[in-house]
Design a binder for this molecule. Structure first.
Ligand code: COD
Length: 162
């Protein structure tokens, strides 16, 4: 069995990400969830916060670990001696964005393979962007993120009512 890296922004992790990690953990020997550290991108949660939130979410999955990386994903995969990248597909739109990245990563490191896992229909509508928007306006996030992440989001957007 192969080891795999599941890279992403995870700002924050959602039940969609968690569903994908759970599936990948069954398919691969081990899965490293790798949080991109990109100082040029403004994120709601720091890299450390995102890693801590993910770690709490994957406690029950013994073959999953959490790390961060900066620079090129292909270089990080080589550093970790890992040949498989896992990515999730929710729609044709995801596929169109993911396909060139997969080919470019393979161009950069010829032994690097991207494996796409389809999102389960129950989480197909969930994205970190929508989750942040709902949190900003105090909306209900049950079913979209684990409870501790809903709490962390609420702390980022304290209610304005006295
Ligand atoms: N159900 C299933 N899968 C989902 C769901 C859901 N509801 N939501 C998201 N996903 C999947 C996404 O499709 C994606 O595969 C993954 O989860 C992570 O998503 P995000 O949004 O957290 O992360 P991205 O897409 O912003 O991550 C992009 C990378 C960090 C992987 C990319 O920018 C990168 O590799 N950067 C490093 C620089 C580099 O190497 N660039 C060249 C690439 S060719």
């Amino acid at each position: 069995m192969q080891r795999a890296i599941y890279p992403g922004s995870f700002d924050p992790m959602t039940n969609g990400h968690l569903d994908l990690i759970t599936t990948a953990a069954k398919v691969f020997e081990s899965v490293t969830v790798a949080v991109l550290n990109n100082p040029e991108k403004r994120c709601l949660f720091s890299v450390q916060e995102r890693m801590d939130l993910i770690r709490q979410s994957v406690r029950g999955l013994s073959n999953v670990d959490v790390d961060s990386f900066s620079g090129l994903l292909a270089d990080y995969a080589a550093l970790r001696k890992t040949q498989v990248i896992v990515r999730g597909l929710r729609s044709v739109h995801d596929f169109e964005a993911e396909f060139p990245m997969a080919h470019m990563n393979r161009r950069l490191k010829h032994d690097l393979v991207t494996v796409f896992l389809p999102a389960h229909v129950e989480v197909i509508d969930i994205s970190s962007t929508l989750v942040r928007q709902i949190a900003m306006h105090g909306g209900d996030l049950s079913g979209c993120v684990p409870h501790h992440i809903a709490t962390a989001l609420a702390a980022k957007f304290p209610s304005e009512t006295p």
